[in-house]
Unconditional design. Sequence first.
Length: 185
Amino acid sequence: MDWLPIVIALVVIVALVVVWISVYNGIVTADNKCDNAWQTIDAQLQRRSDLIPNLVETVRGYAKHESATLSAVTEARAAVDSAPTPEAKMEASNALTDTLRSLFAVAENYPDLKANANFAQLQSELADTENRISYARMSFNDMVLEYNNAIETFPGSLVAGRRFKPRTGFEVASDAARQAPQVKF
């Protein structure tokens, strides 16, 4: 009896199983990286959310007639905190960013508020947090790209099957954010 064809068949089967396991583990790793990157974003969103009440109260003390803007910021913050899915949280976060821009525009009309050390510190911390959120979003999008490539290219597409679904990254929410700012002197 010739054992060579049986040995070759077993080696091929073992090699295919090892490749399948390796590809599967790579997909799981990429999926976990996406979850980790999202948790980083979520932590920064929470940090921003924690800063906003202090900022609103500081502005409220100086700009008593700006209740609509302050209410919009508070509502947008609540929408981020109560968003049930990452996609909804992304959308609510973009809306909150827009309302914060309005709040800082209001602050421009109150020189005493702009000079307030507490306001300046909160504004600086919020700007720092926005930068961290931006960086975390870029990292998340990189992880989503890596994951989607892993499940959509061969042989990952065979291994992923129906268990792994493509993910969505962050996108620019408004057309205004895509336009370059105009600088006038």
